[in-house]
Write a protein that binds this ligand. Structure first.
Ligand code: SF4
Ligand code: SF4
Length: 291
């Protein structure tokens, strides 16, 4: 049976994607793994893995079209649209603003004169890329929200579905930062949540939010402290204890990890004997023991 593990972080820039790509690289040596980059507004796992996105599939949502000869200018469609995507002109003619439309179909069902028909528009893409690092091979599924689009959840859902259909043993998910609705969608059904944080006041604040969300969803959480040497780790321990989440790794700041970003090679491959690689190897082993 396939298990799902999610790497998340309340705050952007905590090194969540670094943890995800390194864990994926290590676990893929033991299990058939799919890594899903569901940070659809700024996906970067492929950059950290120096991989080009392949096998593009569009993500479409419904877009209403007004059949003007049938439209009586009653205004009902604009009243039911809760995103403000339908405006009425001075002459009471409805006009759809695609960027604001979530594709919910409320206007389509509410129009009393069948003056709305269903169209489609592309709001993003999913990709399936084969990643090869020496003898290690795994699939990376990436969701990408189209520039200028605001409706993130359908792209997260489409990428999650594509990744789930490909995963055999393990699906490792890299979520967006924060606690928005699309992060909950990405976390859903996870056997384990790995919350990445750093020992700074903002890191602590956002860790608390993500642990709260995870606990609300009934998920088990572990904490990974990145850049563990830059602040007071006892505060992270207090927050983790409050949510019954154990701290499973402390990753110090190092120049070698920056070098691994630049080269697009995970540090566990670039410097396998580095203390950070050893911490990540221990983490991967612990994860493998529970799935
Ligand atoms: S589909 Fe939903 S969001 Fe889009 S215009 Fe109609 S009511 Fe508004
Ligand atoms: S609800 Fe239908 S008929 Fe009424 S303004 Fe909208 S499109 Fe026209």
């Amino acid at each position: 049976m396939k298990a799902k593990i999610s790497v998340t972080g309340g705050k952007g820039g905590t090194g969540k994607s670094t943890i995800a790509v390194n864990l994926a690289t290590l676990i893929a040596r033991e299990r058939k793994l799919v890594l899903a980059d569901l940070d659809v507004e700024a996906p970067n796992d492929h950059v950290l893995l120096n991989a080009s996105l392949e096998n593009e599939e569009p993500v479409e949502i419904m877009l209403p079209f007004i059949v003007y000869p049938k439209c009586t200018r009653c205004g009902v469609c604009a009243q039911v649209c809760d995103t403000g995507a339908i405006i009425l002109t001075r002459e009471k003619l409805p006009f759809v603003i695609p960027r604001l439309c979530s594709g919910c179909r409320a206007c389509y069902y509410a129009c009393p004169y069948d003056a709305i028909v269903e169209g489609k528009r592309i709001i993003g893409y999913t990709y399936k890329t084969q990643v090869k690092i020496d003898d290690t091979v795994f699939t990376l599924v990436t969701g990408v929200l189209r520039e200028g689009e605001e409706h993130t959840p359908p792209v997260v859902l489409a990428a999650r579905k594509r990744a789930m259909s490909l995963a055999e043993d393990l699906l490792l998910v890299d979520t967006s930062a924060g606690t928005a609705n699309h992060v909950s969608i990405a976390l859903e059904d996870s056997k384990l949540v790995l919350a990445v944080t750093e020992p700074t006041p903002l890191g602590l604040h956002d860790l608390e939010l993500i642990l709260e969300l995870s606990s609300t969803l009934g998920l088990e959480s572990w904490v990974i402290v990145n850049r563990s040497t830059i602040g007071d780790i006892s505060k992270v321990e207090e927050v983790a204890q409050k949510y019954n989440a154990r701290i499973v790794a402390k990753i110090p700041y190092s120049r070698e990890i920056v070098e691994s970003y630049v080269k697009g090679v995970p540090i566990v491959e670039l410097y396998p004997n580095h203390p950070i690689s050893q911490s990540l190897q221990a983490l991967a082993k612990t994860v493998l023991e529970v799935i």
